[in-house]
Design a protein around this ligand. Structure first.
Ligand code: HEM
Length: 455
């Protein structure tokens, strides 16, 4: 089965009209050659950009020499109003300090500890679902935001709060993308900057109030008893100078975790549900795996790793629809990359979307085949050709978190519902901050009788 994907262009296009289209979806810029080449190059006004499609170079940039390929400063410009100073965009000693503190916070709020909070969010999701047509992206965004919110604050996210945050974030994404494109064209963007800041203020204002409340009501000693991520951040101590994170530093990390932690998972899970609805046999296999693992009861923390076929589905969906479709780095020195002269300051793009569908590294690259990640299959792709969570020192801190929540959400859904295609609906894939659908994702839900252990 070849699931929806944008048809690549036969030849690259130029001109303002095309550029405007790409501002809405970067996937529209990709050509047939993009999926074959090992290195690509194009020019933007005032900027040379290289597409690094060679897994060996990807490994060098991300694993062996990350200090020579820091995050591109445009990332910071795009996200700073919302995320403040946080690992998603920082580099050097500042990033090292933030990462040290985050690692401790995640160690404190261990996966097993936050399992119960994730489970409660899944129960609430179940209560919200009805049989009939499901707006998948809306439902997945709500439950993943609720999960990350609960694991940060130990409180549920109310429906009206969720609506306000999603609305502001959707507008922020659109505005941020436009600001960057105008910036690349050296055009004025004052009005857009102001609108973008207003959306950022809505989200940051909401989260700031929650953080302030905790700082006012609990000291660090009391936080040590807590199991959530906020408690972990407040207790984290920098081993280099013994300091704690300030309230502003904590807020920046929380904004980043809240957004990085739900938008990506919501994107991946939405594609999972669409593909499950289109694959009845696979769905049946997974229902069987869930039923036998849970013995008709609820999924336990220790069961998660037993769901090997569910993991294979998730990994294949992350291959076909990597939520972070590309990420930009910057060259710190002049150098030769595969025979091209790269200069200091040039942008280097690593494209999970292209690497995951590259004609040289995958058989049937556009086909949906979860079996390729199944328990009995051998890995035959280079390490640098599969990186939904990035690689090396700057790889995603939430990969284990995302895997656990995916197992919980999918097993909850499969235990109680049958997923069917919505007649006449095919999602149109678009590349924004994450890989989404321009016309939404819809499936139909029907009730499902669980198989009891004795059946
Ligand atoms: C399916 C879900 C997810 C995907 C596909 C994903 C993907 C990624 C990728 C590709 C990066 C590296 C970007 C780069 O190198 O430029 C990254 C970084 C990061 N992710 Fe995730 N992510 C997911 C879920 C999460 C969750 C649930 C959290 C937290 C709760 C999270 C927190 C972070 C953080 C903090 C970083 C920055 C790490 C650093 O630079 O030190 N992510 N993620």
């Amino acid at each position: 089965m070849i699931p929806p994907r944008p048809e690549p262009l036969a030849q690259p296009r130029l001109g303002l009209l095309w550029f405007t289209r790409v501002a809405h979806s970067w996937l529209d810029a990709l050509t047939v050659k993009s999926y074959h080449m090992l290195l690509g190059q194009f020019r933007l006004p005032g900027m040379r950009v290289f597409v690094i499609n060679d897994p060996a170079w990807v490994e060098r940039m991300l694993i062996t020499e990350p200090h020579n390929y820091p995050k591109h400063h445009l990332m910071h410009e795009a996200l700073e109003p919302l995320l403040g100073s946080s690992p998603f965009t920082t580099n050097g000693p500042l990033w090292q300090r933030q990462r040290r503190m985050l690692d401790q916070a995640f160690g404190h709020a261990r996966l097993g500890r936050v399992f119960g909070l994730m489970e409660q969010a899944c129960d609430d999701m179940r209560a919200r679902l009805h049989n009939g047509t499901l707006d998948v992206e809306g439902a997945m965004t709500h439950v993943t935001a609720d999960i990350v919110y609960r694991t940060i604050f130990s409180n549920a996210l109310m429906a009206h709060e969720a609506d306000t945050l999603f609305g502001a974030f959707t507008r922020y994404q659109q505005l941020a993308q436009r600001v960057i494109f105008l910036r690349l064209l050296h055009l004025p963007r004052l009005w857009l900057n102001r609108s973008r800041q207003r959306q950022a203020d809505i989200i940051r204002g909401f989260l700031a109030a929650k953080v302030r409340e905790r700082f006012a009501s609990r000291g660090v000693d009391e936080e040590a008893q807590g199991a959530d991520i906020l408690a972990g951040l407040r207790c984290a101590v920098d081993p280099q100078d013994g300091s704690h994170l300030s309230e502003t530093e904590v807020l920046d990390q929380i904004c980043m975790l809240f957004l990085a932690g739900h938008e990506t998972s919501a994107s991946a899970l939405s594609w999972c549900l669409y593909l499950l609805a289109e694959s009845p046999e696979l769905q049946q296999t997974l229902c069987h795996e869930v039923d036998t693992t849970t013995q008709g009861g609820a999924l336990q923390a220790g069961d998660v790793r037993k769901l090997v076929r569910l993991h294979a589905l998730f990994r294949e969906v992350l291959r076909l629809y990597p939520p972070v479709g590309y990420f930009p780095r910057e060259a710190v020195a002049d150098q030769d990359i595969r025979g091209s002269q790269v200069r200091r300051g040039d942008a280097l793009l690593v494209f999970p979307w292209l690497l995951h569908r590259h004609r040289r590294f995958w058989s049937e690259p556009d086909a949906f085949e979860p079996g390729r990640f199944g328990p009995d299959s051998a890995t035959d792709h280079p390490k640098g050709a599969y990186l939904p969570f990035g690689l090396g020192a700057r790889a995603c801190i939430g990969a284990g978190f995302a895997m656990q929540e995916a197992a919980l959400i999918l097993s909850t859904l499969l235990s109680h519902h049958r997923l069917l295609p919505e007649p006449g609906h095919t999602p149109r894939v678009v590349g924004r901050l994450t890989v989404r659908s321009a016309n939404g994702i819809r499936v139909r839900l029907e009730p499902r009788q669980r198989v009891q252990p004795h059946d």
